[in-house]
Design a protein around this ligand. Structure first.
Ligand code: ARG
Length: 493
């Protein structure tokens, strides 16, 4: 994740501000005689969290200044002065030596005030043909766009880890479950590739979100557009957007792009939580399918033998807060009249929180997948338990004896009950026992009762047979990982 996103609360805010609160805002206080009450300032200020938008705010302001100059609304010299001043502020922010002031409310006014301190009156020209409403909408779009690109890369990294581990385990047999009861034998490679598909769909949600997001609100100003002869296509292009937004009222009031981001995060984190849950279950003593290394286990303060899968449990849990982030913004936006209301300032924290949690979970899951040891012997033993080849037996009765499937299911059920009474696996029942239940059964039935044979026989497209899994891995590498290092379409760095 770009540095700007991890910096949200790192930089100190001067809590009282360097101006007394009894003086009206230098930026918007023209018609005011006194400044805001302390409490007003406290509830109104967003600088504590929207400082994360600093680099986006500066990039958008530079573009806006260039456009104003290109359209002869300010001079080229003024635009250069503004750009230089903004570059110096960006440098201060990068060096962590910029002091944010809460009395200046938000990132936009903090940067504008710093610019005025640096370059004097010309700074005041930057806000021509612009409002904080189109400014903040632009900044947040830029931030979310970067975050979407980061998430796409992180999801691809997780897919790569899963594909590598699947490739090592094309022939590793494990039980497949339904209802968490042994169902049919499968290969571990096949199971891991199921997650590759899930994270692939997450990536397609990410790219859909990016495509819809990529329109520029600048030029909408407060809500109605502007009387200045601006060229919104210029700023849009300069900032890597596909086009300016078509309706100025929509431009300042739309937060669908943030919801798309959060919705994609919610579904993806649901997938992460399912994988995390499997790691928790598989690493339990009762299963013993995987062992996490010391680096991904924690101990207990009382039970010396414990190795707990805390990272997987936390990834499972963080899904909850990501769902809450989506709900929080949906509820904030619900029923808001057009165009901008201050409620919309509450859009940022859920987005930042979800991005932080989503990216941390993806990184932790990727590392755990690469790190864990699969206990193949335990998986093989478990695959053999629970009469996991009973379906193969029923299928044999259909295929070889021509018995309708429903009746074959009943016959196989009786054989399973007999094996359970005798406390032995299906393959150890003598032929005479099988023939007592269904006279036509012959020796060949034993060929389908081993887990290896069962897995090899499931050759339908998308099935668990090793050669199918090998094909699926090759296809997934082509679909998801080819040109992994190429920037996504529309990316502009
Ligand atoms: N900090 C504000 C926000 O995040 C900026 C927009 C302020 N606009 C206004 N009309 N008060 O939404």
């Amino acid at each position: 994740m770009p540095e700007s996103k991890t910096r949200e609360s790192k930089t100190r805010v001067n809590p009282s501000g360097s101006q007394p609160t009894t003086r009206p805002s230098a930026i918007w206080g023209g018609r005011f005689t006194t400044g805001p009450d302390d409490l007003m300032q406290k509830i109104n200020a967003s600088i504590d969290f929207d400082q994360a938008l600093a680099s986006q705010d500066i990039a958008a302001s530079k573009s806006h200044a260039r456009m104003l100059a290109a359209c002869s609304i300010i001079s080229h010299q003024e635009s250069r002065d503004i750009e230089e001043g903004l570059a110096a502020i960006a440098h201060q922010i990068d060096q962590d030596v910029f002091t944010y002031r809460r009395d200046l409310e938000d990132i936009h006014m903090n940067i504008e005030a710093a610019l005025a301190e640096r370059i004097g009156e010309t700074a005041g020209k930057l806000h021509t043909a612009r409002s904080r409403n189109d400014q903040v909408a632009t900044d947040l779009r830029l931030w979310v766009r970067d975050a979407l690109d980061d998430m796409d890369a992180a999801l691809a990294g997780l897919q790569a880890a899963l594909i590598d581990r699947a490739e090592e385990n094309i022939d590793t047999i494990m039980p497949g479950f339904t209802h968490l009861q042994t169902a049919q034998p499968i290969t571990l490679g096949h199971h891991l590739m199921a997650y590759v598909e899930m994270f692939g769909r997450d990536r397609s949600r990410v790219s859909d979100a990016r495509r819809r997001l990529n329109e520029c609100p600048l030029g909408a100003a407060a809500l109605a557009g502007t009387a200045f002869p601006i060229d919104p296509a210029l700023t849009a292009q300069d900032l890597g957007f596909d086009r300016p937004m078509a309706n100025s009222i929509d431009a300042v009031s739309d937060r669908d792009f943030a919801l798309d981001f959060l919705a994609a995060a919610a579904v993806s984190s649901m997938h992460i939580s399912r994988l995390a849950e499997e790691i928790v279950v598989w690493s339990s003593d009762a299963f013993g399918f995987v062992t996490l290394s010391d680096s991904f286990s924690t101990g207990s303060s009382i039970m010396p033998q414990k190795r707990n899968p805390d990272a997987a449990e936390l990834a499972r849990a963080k899904t909850g807060r990501i769902f809450a982030d989506l709900m929080s913004l949906l509820v904030t936006l619900k029923g808001l009249p057009l165009a901008y209301s201050k409620d919309m300032q509450e859009d940022k924290e859920p987005v930042f929180d979800a991005a932080r949690s989503w990216s941390l979970c993806l990184a932790a899951m990727t590392a755990m997948i690469r790190d864990m040891v699969f206990n193949k012997d335990k998986m093989a033993v478990a695959a053999d338990r629970g009469y996991s080849t009973a379906t193969d037996m029923a299928d044999w009765l259909v295929r070889v004896l021509g018995v309708p499937f429903r009746r074959a299911h009943g016959v196989a059920g009786k054989i399973v009950a007999l094996a359970a009474r005798k406390n032995c696996p299906l393959k150890d029942l003598p032929l005479s026992d099988l023939q007592a239940i269904e006279s036509g059964i012959d020796q060949r039935i034993y060929d389908v009762l081993t887990v290896e044979q069962s897995v090899a026989s499931r050759e339908s497209f998308g099935g668990t047979a090793p050669h199918r899994v090998r094909e699926a891995i090759a296809a997934a590498r082509r679909q998801f990982l080819a040109g992994k290092n190429a920037p996504p379409p529309g990316h502009t760095d």
